[in-house]
Design a protein around this ligand. Structure first.
Ligand code: GLA
Length: 641
């Protein structure tokens, strides 16, 4: 009896001393820190779709969950303590049966569940996977192989059951921001485009970009009659009456020395002979743009020295428009009280200025568009003194809901004809997100560039998805007509008065600039120009990198090799050498090998690192280098002399 009592006592004591098993707890995915979600467009929302509406899948409303957009990545640390992940997934009803996505659940690198392709309007799918032992859960939404347009994806009712502890959102890896661009020397160096186009009779304005200590004296030998250069600013102005090609020798002199370089001025039918470089208001201010921040951008372009590297255009995007006056002339809103004074101001700084409209009745932000007023508007832009027009499809979709090839071209042909009548050169930038393979006919309708994709945002999935998605478009670009994979997302961006640093990591930013230069994309800085930090300036002032973009041959890079997450893109340059980007789209640093055979080369080649502006030596057969996660090594390859 005593023995039994004793045993009972021991068992009770043991139970008391043993840790009580923790009660499993369930966490809604939307309760985690959503700032770490990387996605291709917009911002992720808790309990709402990516557009901020109540979550709806196939007619059913969900109170809880996460609204995101392909391509989307969300990493969650579970510490091996989770039991199960459950959710209902699909494309949110807000996109009205458009879009197509693939949801994927990965645990410690192993695929645990995949949805298959889900299109807008498809029934939602339930997912329930065991997570026992999983340390890092990765939730991704891919674009299903087409592009990410309309891919509004909901992880509805998404829950993680934890045996103990809490799930924690994981911040993407961020390496230190290392400045690679060497400081400009005090001696003069002539930078930027080496060829510039103008039409006969149009006002000419080109500031020769020169770095080096000021004061500096500039001159241009061999300028044709009608043009003159300002010796202090290096700005060439005037008018050429006759067509012709003029090779001018630009000279720069300061106390440290001299520099000279040839500049070719081609007076003919074609402008934008190299990809336009400048700034646009959208990625920073969106509809909070106003005259003060446009003037400030122009001031900063000069004060920061960016003008000395070829940056030229100051472009106002949407949200400047009011209605029309009694004669049908478009009016600027109260944020832009005097357009002519503004263009004069920007021109007085040796810069050019651009504007935005839509072929539809309304712009994307719902302001006055140019529909049925194209001639009047083009004349107005000319009178005001604008040099660039971004022409954005948007509500034209309501005029022609299912446009065929001709209907896609028509509004751009109409505006082209109108711009041709303006007594000045206006770069014509088509924006219709790549519909109907615009790259195949953008040049034919007189576009100087055409957007090939939807809007960019400052995430790896957006930037890389767009940039590396340009493969195959290279045959359609050339001097005067360029593919446009959208504007830059480095520096302080935010699509509102409230800007924040880009979410791209430093390596991703090097990739962004290198790729856009290789792609001959228009280079339009999208950040608040009054907040240019040292790292951002380093990205925008590397003359050897910018020379890749501005090379007179105007050949867009193509992808010449790929191996898993490594991609090699190469661009022919006028001097017979090649600019080559070795990109690592993977999650770990890797060794990349560039074989001369991939470039159609053999024998010994010299390699120069363009970001570091450093010769790396001569190499037989191939060149190998380490490339950081999401990073690039950009080199110039030329036969050894
Ligand atoms: C569209 C364009 C953007 C921007 C906005 C303005 O979304 O693609 O680049 O111009 O319109 O409303």
């Amino acid at each position: 009896m005593r023995k039994i009592k004793y045993t009972l006592f021991s068992v009770t004591l043991l139970l008391f001393l043993l840790p009580t098993p923790a009660k499993a707890e369930t966490f809604g995915l939307e309760t985690l820190d959503l700032q770490y979600i990387e996605q291709g467009w917009g911002e992720a929302h808790a309990n709402q779709s990516v557009d901020g509406h109540p979550m709806m899948l196939d007619g059913k409303r969900f109170e809880h969950g996460l609204g995101t957009h392909a391509n989307s990545t969300f990493r969650v640390a579970l510490g091996g303590k989770a039991e199960r992940f459950t959710a209902t997934v699909g494309v949110d009803d807000e996109v009205d049966k458009k879009g197509s996505v693939v949801f994927k659940v990965t645990g410690d690198g192993k695929t645990l569940w995949e949805s298959g392709v889900l299109r807008g309007g498809d029934p939602a799918k339930d997912v329930s996977v065991a997570l026992n032992g999983v340390k890092v859960l990765l939730l991704t939404v891919g674009d299903a192989g087409d592009d990410a347009n309309y891919d509004h994806a909901d992880w509805a009712d998404a829950k993680i059951v934890m045996a103990e502890g809490k799930p924690e959102a994981v911040a993407p890896v961020r390496e230190p921001a290392v400045v690679l661009t060497p400081k400009a020397t005090p001696k003069p160096r002539v930078n930027g485009a080496r060829v510039v186009g103008v039409r006969p009779g149009s006002p000419f304005l080109f500031t020769v970009p020169v770095t080096g200590e000021r004061p500096m004296t500039l001159s241009a030998a061999g300028l044709p009659a009608g043009l003159q250069m300002d010796a202090q600013s290096g700005c060439i102005t005037g008018v050429l009456k006759e067509k012709g090609t003029y090779v001018v020798t630009v000279r720069a002199r300061n106390q440290q020395g001299n520099a000279e370089r040839a500049l070719k001025i081609i007076c003919g039918d074609t402008i934008a002979l190299t990809p336009p470089m400048g700034w646009n208001s959208w990625n920073c201010f969106a509809c909070d743009v106003n005259e003060a921040n446009v003037r400030a951008a122009a001031d900063a372009m000069v004060a920061s020295g960016l003008i000395n590297h070829g940056w030229t255009y100051i472009n106002i995007d949407d949200c400047w428009e009011a209605g029309r006056d009694a004669d049908g002339k478009v009016l600027s809103n109260q944020k832009f009280p005097d357009m002519k004074a503004l263009t004069d101001y920007v021109h007085s700084k040796g810069l050019k200025i651009g504007l935005y409209s839509s072929p539809g009745p309304k712009t994307c932000a719902g302001h006055e568009g140019s529909y049925k007023h194209e001639e009047l508007d083009a004349r107005r832009y000319g009178e005001w003194g604008f040099d660039y027009l971004k022409y954005d499809w948007c509500s034209y979709g309501e005029i022609v809901p299912n446009p065929d090839h001709d209907a896609l071209m028509k509004p751009y042909q109409i505006m082209r004809a109108a711009l041709d009548k303006a007594p000045r050169d206006i770069v014509f930038s088509l924006c219709q997100y790549g519909m109907g393979n615009v790259w195949e006919w953008g040049a034919q309708v007189g576009g100087n560039c055409w957007r090939t994709t939807g809007d960019i945002t400052d995430t790896w999935s957006s930037m890389a998805g767009i940039g590396f998605g340009q493969a195959g478009h290279e045959k359609f670009a050339g001097p005067g007509h360029w593919n446009d994979p959208d504007m830059l997302v480095v520096g302080y961006v935010g699509w509102s008065a409230k800007v924040r640093p880009t979410r791209l990591t430093p390596s991703e930013q090097y990739t962004h600039i290198s790729l856009w230069c290789l792609l001959c994309s228009p280079l339009l800085i999208g950040c608040d120009m009054t907040k240019l930090d040292e790292f951002t300036l380093n990205l925008l002032t590397n003359d050897e990198v910018l020379d890749v973009s501005q090379d007179p041959l105007g050949r867009q890079a193509g992808r010449v090799a790929s191996d898993g997450s490594l991609e090699i893109w190469a661009k022919d340059l006028e001097d017979g050498s090649k600019a080559v980007g070795l990109f690592n789209r993977g999650e770990d640093q890797t060794t990349a090998t560039l074989k001369w055979s991939a470039l159609g080369l053999s024998g010994k080649q010299s390699v120069r690192d363009l970001w570091r502006q450093k010769d790396l030596g001569g190499f037989a057969d191939q060149f190998q280098t380490e490339v950081s996660r999401h990073g690039v090594v950009l080199v110039k390859v030329a036969p050894v002399k």
